[in-house]
Design a protein around this ligand. Structure first.
Ligand code: NAP
Length: 307
């Protein structure tokens, strides 16, 4: 089968399309025919070796940290899913940038039926990260004013929708290329972060900030100043520190692979309460150029890759 692998850490030229044996599902695993995987910024960090101290790769490594596809074979002792099931899941050891991938049966959930199967590959990482930011870390409730910083990205787009679903008034940062898409996702107010100082655009403090941008110290301080006393700042990127004596709760988190959150998200997609907004669908063989595009800031929203 075709697979997109790296044999060494490095720039995007280390990404190669190769012929490799089809994986065989071990006990407890399923074999999935990949309908799509999706690109995440962390794929660039993995490929460059930036995460090797916390997450060393077993090289050669097949890229692809999440999958949507159809189960075609079961390993021993699998009775929770069946051949023919359409599933999605996050794969913590990669492998989805290929025609087939194996996954532990208990890490996949039924794919939503309201969207095309390849689109559902956008949910396991970005969707679950947004879910945990909104519901676990920020505990967003009806009537709160919530600022989503980085709403033009994959995670931010889901966060806007989930915060709206929780009943919040959502203010979203987006540059002109993303503002229409973010408006369609339900944001009440959009601030063009390339044109306006955030503080000037806001009509008073917010209760919650959800941050999905790698911000520098100065921008971080600006964000912290926009939250009301007693408010919450949740960051999926850098830590945003509350200043000494400031009554703001600051949380930095790394999303867990939690199938209950993924299944809950699927329910919302099927209820048409959450849209899976795909900015681009590209052939899997283009993965190296998707990495290059990401490194030069040309990727927005979710890009899926189809074998
Ligand atoms: N904590 C975790 O477990 C976890 C999980 C997943 C992702 N992440 C991290 O979260 C971040 C977002 O991930 P993603 O998948 O959403 O990335 P993405 O889709 O690549 O997001 C890129 C978006 O960020 C926006 N952006 C860039 N600079 C900005 C700024 N100064 N202000 C506001 N928006 C800005 C851009 O929006 P415009 O199009 O509007 O310019 C762009 O579309 C990444 O750093 C990723 O590594 C963390």
């Amino acid at each position: 089968m075709r697979a997109i692998r790296i044999h060494t850490y490095g720039d995007a030229s280390v990404i190669r399309e190769e012929d490799v044996p089809r994986p065989v599902p071990s006990r407890g695993d399923v074999l999935i025919k990949v309908a799509a995987t999706s690109f995440n910024p962390s794929d660039v960090g993995l490929r460059r070796g930036l995460l090797r101290s916390v997450f060393p790769l077993d090289l050669p490594y097949t890229l692809g940290g999440e999958v949507a596809g159809t189960i075609v074979e079961l390993g021993d002792r699998v009775d929770t899913v069946a051949v023919g099931d359409r599933v999605i899941g996050r794969l913590d050891t990669g492998g989805a940038a290929a025609e087939y991938v194996t996954a532990a049966a208990d890490t996949v959930v039924a794919a939503p039926t309201a969207v095309p199967l390849p689109h559902a590959a956008a949910l396991p990482i970005a969707g679950v990260t947004a879910w945990q930011a909104v519901f676990e870390h920020a505990g967003i409730t009806t009537g709160q004013r919530v600022l989503v910083n980085g709403a033009g990205g994959g995670v931010g787009g889901f966060a806007v929708q989930l915060a709206k679903h929780a009943g919040a008034h959502v203010i979203a940062t987006a540059s002109p290329r993303s503002s229409e898409a973010v408006r369609q996702l339900g944001a009440d107010q959009i601030v063009d972060y390339t044109a306006l100082p955030l503080a000037a655009a806001l009509d008073g403090p917010v209760d919650v900030i959800l941050n999905f941008v790698v911000v520098g110290a100065q921008h971080a301080a600006t964000l912290m100043s926009l939250v009301r006393p007693g408010g919450v700042v949740v960051s999926g990127t850098v830590a945003l520190r509350a200043t000494a004596g400031s009554p703001v709760t600051a949380v930095r988190f790394v999303a867990r692979n939690d199938t209950s959150h993924l299944a809950a998200l699927v329910k919302l997609v099927d209820a048409e309460a959450v849209r899976v907004d795909i900015a681009a669908s590209r052939p899997l063989a283009d993965l190296a150029s998707v990495h290059r595009d990401a490194e030069s800031g040309r990727i927005r929203g979710k890009t899926i890759l189809v074998p």
